[in-house]
Design a protein. Structure first.
Length: 373
């Protein structure tokens, strides 16, 4: 083993024993790398049954002085019990060895316990770091640290990120030929893509309901999407924008998507499409328009935000994998969701219920995505 790397592992061991965490105002999360750890997201989720708790973690090690914010979302699990959830956190310094990261999460979970309500059953982490190869998650390290792998993830650990730094022509060339053809077809057939306002969210929501019925997916109520728009617009700055894109053909609304622009990254949050004129390839035109706008806005990456873990044709969302990977981005994988139990007995009961729920969800998706005869 590299002596320097071995030294870093030793330092990580020291850090786990003296990890410092303190409560902080929500504003500290403005500096978070991910929007899921941002102050805006904490305020947003607090409108829908969650309690946002924010902390400042001191990762200082010898000569290295570094602090990062942490957003923890808490919610009632069942009457008398609650749980905590850390979306895409904690954000660790880049120098941390991969082998030490699960121990760091476990140490953080132990330190968080005193800040949470006594009835908290577990805390769930969805680490943001990227693993190099598909499914290359060393589960034994997580398990040895006392963490439990979950049956269901909240955020998809796998995604596609398009590099926006090349020219528009080079971005197009990186796409699969069929995707370039579909974009040009939509333009040729006069599919119009425009940015909408908050007053046009009802158009998006009608399409979303149609999509939910067709694809067998669950959606939030209208106020969820409207509140997200209102909070983002309240920020009133160039670093955070939310945009609605709508594709039309003649008098028909064909598709719409909601995209978040934050710092150097744009993220595709929600999408919907009509059953009408699907041969006009409106979703392809929408994505291409977003990429061009995001590049113009100074974004370096466009995150298509969620795909199945691989190209298994039997996966309920196999179509989503094909669609998003065709735009030429880099496929990345994260470790998924891991729980640190505080109350083992009640956590075991919850795990059984969650596995049953996952089977029911997968069965429903397979039914809705079954080829029509």
């Amino acid at each position: 083993m590299d002596p320097l790397y071995e030294q870093r592992l030793f330092q990580m061991e020291k850090l786990t024993k003296r990890l410092s965490i303190q409560e902080a105002d929500l504003a500290v999360c403005e500096s978070a790398a991910s929007f899921l750890q941002s102050a805006m997201w904490g305020e947003f989720k607090s409108r829908f049954g969650w309690t946002a708790k924010t902390f400042l973690i001191d990762w200082s090690l010898d000569e290295v002085q570094e602090k990062t914010p942490l957003l923890v979302l808490c919610r009632r699990l069942t009457p008398g019990f609650s749980f905590a959830y850390v979306p895409w956190g904690p954000e660790l310094p880049a120098s941390f060895p991969d082998e030490a990261k699960p121990k760091i999460i476990a140490a953080l979970a132990k330190n968080l316990k005193k800040f949470l309500t006594p009835n908290t059953v577990f805390v769930r982490f969805e680490p943001p770091w990227i693993v190099n190869v598909e499914n290359n998650v060393n589960s034994s390290l997580f398990l040895a640290a006392g963490l439990k792998q979950t049956a269901i993830t909240v955020q998809a650990p796998d995604t596609v990120i398009v590099d926006l730094s090349p020219s528009c022509g080079e971005i197009l060339l990186a796409m699969k030929p069929k995707w370039r053809y579909n974009i040009s077809l939509a333009v040729k057939k006069d599919v119009q893509v425009n940015t909408g306002t908050i007053q046009e969210l009802d158009v998006f929501y009608e399409l979303l309901k149609e999509t939910a019925i067709r694809d067998g997916i669950a959606i939030h109520n209208f106020s969820y999407y409207k509140t997200l728009f209102e909070l983002c617009q309240k920020q009133n700055n160039d670093k955070l924008q939310i945009r609605l894109y709508i594709a039309n053909h003649d008098d028909d609304v064909l598709a719409a998507i909601i995209v978040l622009f934050r710092g150097k990254e744009a993220t595709y949050l929600y999408g919907a499409s009509s059953n009408k004129k699907r041969n006009l390839m409106a979703p392809y035109a929408l994505q291409w328009k977003v990429m061009q706008d995001a590049k113009e806005a100074g974004c370096l990456n466009y995150d298509l935000f969620g795909i199945p873990p691989n190209d298994d044709p039997n996966h309920p969302m196999a179509g989503l994998y094909r669609f998003k990977t065709g735009f030429g981005g880099k496929i990345i994988h994260r470790p998924g969701a891991w729980d640190f139990p505080y109350k083992s007995f009640f956590y075991t009961l919850f795990k059984v219920a969650e596995k049953v729920r996952k089977r029911l969800l997968n069965r429903k998706k397979k039914i809705y995505n079954k080829p029509k005869e």
